[in-house]
Ligand binder design. Structure first.
Ligand code: ADP
Ligand code: ADP
Length: 220
């Protein structure tokens, strides 16, 4: 589903060059739930951003669902991202002056769906994360775990085949973190391919496979 071949990422800023990823080869199969661990600065976010087509590698190839992405224009990349990928972040990234349901509808605004269809899809996504009783609330009226559930609903509202999660439980206590992981497991059982960055061994153990990074290199 996500294939990285000999991927290298170098950040160049004036005089400094940082090799953030060094010859990465990863094949995430359809339906897998993979976690990525490693110390701070080892390249986890860079790797997730490249998998999510938010950043481009300096060298190497990426395939998403069998398509080589380097021949895509920016516009078709944005389209691919919107159709196939859902993102979840450590700090939720909700819009504070939009209600829960309006936050969840955001990814659908780029599609041609009607406002009625958008509302129905958003309600369905909120039901999946157990928050249909909070649709009219605003983010500041929710606990951390509830905010992350809204963010998950937003990530899945367009029914993406791939979910990329960057430390989704990093800001939550262990009870809420466990709840969030259970939701991700349910989505995975429903067919979603998931890649999750985590610092938490217990969370990584609940996934199918762990990829470890150290200083930009895969270690086994
Ligand atoms: P992690 O997510 O594992 O903490 P990152 O992927 O954020 O690691 O960063 C990997 C390395 O690349 C680090 O050494 C970091 O300082 C460097 N880096 C990340 N983003 C940039 C950037 N935009 N410009 C320059 N260096 C960067
Ligand atoms: P937790 O114990 O999970 O941290 P809180 O004590 O923050 O949760 O909130 C308990 C419940 O009350 C939550 O379900 C939340 O949706 C609701 N709630 C919290 N603050 C507000 C508020 N200002 N307005 C409306 N509902 C709120």
């Amino acid at each position: 589903m996500i294939k990285l071949e000999n991927v290298e990422k170098v950040y160049r800023t004036s005089a400094i060059e940082t090799l953030a990823l060094n010859n990465i080869n990863i094949n995430v199969r359809k339906g897998e739930f993979v976690s990525i661990m490693g110390p701070s600065g080892c390249g986890k976010s860079t790797l997730l951003n490249i998998m999510g087509l938010l950043d481009t590698p300096s060298k190497g190839h990426i395939e998403i669902d069998g398509s080589k992405v380097e021949k895509y224009t920016d516009k078709s990349l944005a389209h691919l991202r919107n159709q196939k990928l859902g993102f979840i972040f450590q700090s939720f990234h909700l819009i504070n002056d939009l209600s829960v349901i309006d936050n969840v509808e955001i990814p659908l605004l780029y599609r041609t769906s009607s406002s009625k269809d958008r509302r129905e899809l958003a309600q369905e996504a909120l039901e999946k994360v157990g928050l249909s009783n909070r649709m009219k609330h605003f983010p500041k009226q929710l606990s951390g775990g509830q905010k992350q559930r809204v963010a998950i609903a937003r990530a899945i509202v367009g029914k993406p085949e791939i979910i990329l999660a960057d430390e989704p439980t990093g800001n939550l206590d262990s009870a809420m973190g466990n709840e969030i992981l259970s939701i991700l497991q349910q989505l995975n059982e429903g067919g979603a391919t998931i890649v999750m960055v985590t610092h938490d061994d217990a969370m990584a153990k609940r996934t199918h496979r762990l990829i470890r990074l150290f200083d930009g290199t895969q270690v086994f």
